[in-house]
Design a protein around this ligand. Sequence first.
Ligand code: NDP
Ligand code: NDP
Length: 314
Amino acid sequence: MKNRITELFNIQFPIIQGGMIWCSGWELASAVSNAGGLGLIGSGSMYPEILRDHIQKCKNATSKPFGVNVPLLYPDIEQHLEIIVEEGVKIVFTSAGNPAKYTSWLKSHGITVVHVVANLKFAKKCEEAGVDAIVAEGFEAGGHNGREETTTMCLIPLIKANCTLPLIAAGGIGSGAAMAAAICLGAEAVQVGSKFAATHESSAHIAFKNEILNAGDGGTELTLKEITPVRLLKNEFYKEVQQAYSTNATKEELAQLLGRGRAKKGMFEGDLVHGELEIGQVSATITEVVSAKEVVDELMTNCIATLKTTALFF
Ligand code: NDP
Ligand code: NDP
């Protein structure tokens, strides 16, 4: 399959694995790249030398292209970026910040830059900043997300109509049929997170992976908009947050309740009660932990089958 995205990254299939804190280390990123998609190391949870280690392990585990996701709110961002350049990483996905700040610098080091947005205003900023492609992430997505609550179904056509950059759809994409829908809406690739969080190669704790399988319909909510909006599983920690809202907690009180390292506690250490369990709405459809290659194969096979069957209607 050839389009602007597969050519930009030199990959076989237009499937990108979302960079996810505590889930996407070198093992997952290299497995996705070896399966023909684009794997991303999620650097947000890594101290600088841990990131270097993951990049080096990824280079040893795959000869295919891979990238690093860099959340721009990360405290040691410049150290991360220096390591990325030193280690010769060729693809960077930036998120959670303004693309104007580092895009030119990254591109001057020969790096392809993609930025993640949740609204049209930021997509326009991406064009001005000179990024190579955009990930547009809808309300369904897990983890940190936009405040506007624009769904993938509405966001992709909106950005497609107003921007010329190659577009990668994210949020709610967990099947080949959903991938086909995203392509029909104008995306040239999909970015998939939740499905890959629940793979064997994900570095998430097994208890979190099993909890994803139990999520069910309505099992997640986008909350904590006053701090950084995040979609998570409705566990005990979530209930504590709701309780705080019911007593009109201030932003400071919410931040204090969240504390530090909640995501690590939940997703990496498997504390299902007190941890923050970031996952998307599509978790309701995930029924087993499989390999990353199985996810890529299912997406491609069913995407093509859906597009062919749909074409028969007309
Ligand atoms: P673990 O058995 O805890 O690691 C399990 C898997 O997670 C491995 O595949 C590992 O990669 C991967 N992994 C480790 N850190 C991260 C991360 N930040 N993001 C994504 N994937 C990651 O063994 P470790 O020796 O890795 O960790 C021991 C303990 O040290 C952890 O429980 C944690 O508390 C702490 N630690 C903290 C880190 C941080 O960034 N804050 C990073 C690493 C460890 P690999 O096989 O390459 O080790
Ligand atoms: P917290 O502030 O609650 O905790 C920081 C966590 O990140 C700790 O678990 C810590 O590991 C780990 N960590 C890794 N590198 C550093 C560092 N240089 N300084 C301090 N802590 C570090 O943050 P969250 O758990 O909510 O988020 C974790 C990371 O995810 C943040 O650093 C942020 O950059 C990133 N993030 C990404 C987003 C995105 O991709 N859209 C959005 C929001 C946050 P340890 O416990 O071992 O010290």
